[in-house]
Design a protein around this ligand. Structure first.
Ligand SMILES: NC(=O)c1ccc[n+]([C@@H]2O[C@H](COP(=O)([O-])OP(=O)(O)OC[C@H]3O[C@@H](n4cnc5c(N)ncnc54)[C@H](OP(=O)(O)O)[C@@H]3O)[C@@H](O)[C@H]2O)c1
Length: 297
């Protein structure tokens, strides 16, 4: 089996490369945008780092040559001067779908987010929703996995929590009362590995979240307990945070914006969790926090 991955240097990508390379008779094309990130990728004879350029369809077609399936991971929540929702989330997806249609790739898996919708008033959720539509209307066999915040090695969400606990205080947006349902990044990689060996001919959208839901503040408290540390909490009013984010994001040309604040303070709620449909056993939250913090030591 040959699997092509975009955004292979992302936190999800690196975790997935390790998991997928344990499969027998597999070749993994690890698509990245620059040479300089190749040394960060896990080393394994099955992993073939490949430079891709989303503005150059030939580079994409070359990366997909002979692949059975493509897993499109590239995408962002936090915009920068060079990466925005239009190019990172929409145009990159359009380019990979085009290249997949022109190659022998039979199916595509796309990582989206809980809350994605082409009609959303939130620019991030809208960009992911538009990207989902591009994938679903491609004519390829497709699986979309909508995920919540991911916890795992190098995942931004885990690093933020460990950073707050290490500093001894957490100033939380709106007091951190929003419900989160974090998914262990290893569980996501397991689900993706299972999907790679399935025969995907139709198009299905799944929502895959962690086994437990808790307010963000409680998750930080639980993590602090696991680390044997104490933490004090402060409240940042959401309106005030949005006002500050508007100014700093204009000055910096990216970073935390009111859009990002709306995303991270949204309750992560799904109708049906896809764990049983996908045939995976989810890691209990406490175990995920233990893994996450042992990496933070
Ligand atoms: N982490 C989470 O909690 C979470 C939650 C829900 C959904 N997701 C989704 O899961 C996927 C992986 O997330 P992650 O957190 O592992 O990502 P990440 O570590 O932040 O990495 C982002 C990836 O996107 C690529 N990228 C950035 N700008 C791009 C552009 N303009 N065009 C093409 N590629 C671009 C980056 O490549 P360069 O290094 O070359 O910039 C990198 O490979 C994303 O689609 C994300 O939206 C993540």
């Amino acid at each position: 089996m040959k699997v092509a991955i975009t955004g292979a240097n992302s936190s999800v990508g690196k975790n997935l490369l390790v998991r997928l390379s344990k499969e027998k008779d597999i070749t993994i094309v690890a698509g990245v945008r620059s040479e300089k990130v190749i040394p960060e990728l896990p080393k394994n004879p099955a992993i073939k780092p490949t430079i891709i350029n989303y503005d150059d369809i030939q580079s994409l077609e070359k990366a997909l040559d002979g692949a059975d399936i493509v897993i499109h991971l590239a995408g962002i929540l936090i915009e920068t001067k060079h990466s925005n929702y239009a190019n990172a989330n929409i145009a990159a997806t359009a380019a990979i779908v085009d290249a997949a249609k022109k190659s022998d790739v039979r199916s595509i898996i796309f990582i989206s987010v809980v809350g994605a919708s082409p009609e959303s008033r939130n620019a991030y959720f809208r960009s992911k929703g538009v990207a989902e539509e591009l994938v679903l209307s491609s004519g390829l066999g497709a699986r979309i996995l909508r995920t919540p915040i991911l916890f795992g090695p190098n995942a931004a969400g885990s690093q933020a929590i460990i950073g707050m606990i290490s500093s001894g205080q957490a100033k939380l947006l709106g007091g951190g009362h929003y419900q989160m349902r974090p998914l262990d990044i290893d569980d996501l990689s397991e689900a993706l590995t299972i999907l790679c060996s399935a025969s995907i001919q139709d198009q299905v959208t799944y929502e895959l979240v962690g086994p437990e839901s808790a307010p963000y503040r409680d998750i930080i408290e639980m993590t602090a307990q696991v680390m044997g540390k104490t933490i004090t909490f402060g409240n940042v009013p959401i309106l005030l945070a949005k006002f500050g984010a508007t100014i700093t994001s204009i000055l910096k040309g990216g970073g935390i914006t009111p859009t990002v604040i709306d995303v991270i303070t949204q309750d992560e709620i799904v109708k049906t969790n896809a764990d049983s449909a996908l045939g995976i056993t989810l890691t209990p939250m406490k175990q995920t926090l233990e893994k996450m913090t042992s990496l933070g030591d």
